[in-house]
Design a protein. Sequence first.
Length: 183
Amino acid sequence: MLDTTTARLDLRTLTLDDVDELYAVYSDPETWRHLPEGRFTSRERARRLIERSLRSVRTTGLGEWAVRVGAGGATTGLAAGTFIGAGGVKLSAGGVWNLGYRLTPVSWGRGFATEVARAALEGAAWAAPDVPVTARVLANNPASVRVIERVGLELVWEGHPPASGALQNGEEPPLRRVYTDRP
């Protein structure tokens, strides 16, 4: 289950060869529209994300995938093989799977995030079916909320983390939501 495909995507384990493409996605301010302070400002952060994912692969059999457009997903402006982001599941420090994805804006609205999320849930069920799958989503990101709900995860918590302060512009940070596939 390490590498897989969906109807329109090729999902391959992230490797250090992907650092430049991953950095391009994670440093794009538009991909961080809902949490601007999360934007990567160095390739080093992309490298560390890949290294964490590779550790997850070594210990659990799963990590984050490099998400590329497959032959079935190619359209004008998105050729087969185009790197459009990363996604998958990895085991969190709390001992649960954490589902996540970040895709390029040009790929938004095409159902790709849903395909990644479904593949990740299948992978988690394959690797450790007794371990719950969770997803953390910002309430101000309705598209991600819809994806998480579409793949069957249910809301179990909404609020602000205890240490969350005001953003630099003086506004309260967005509400966080936690979803899971079981109680």
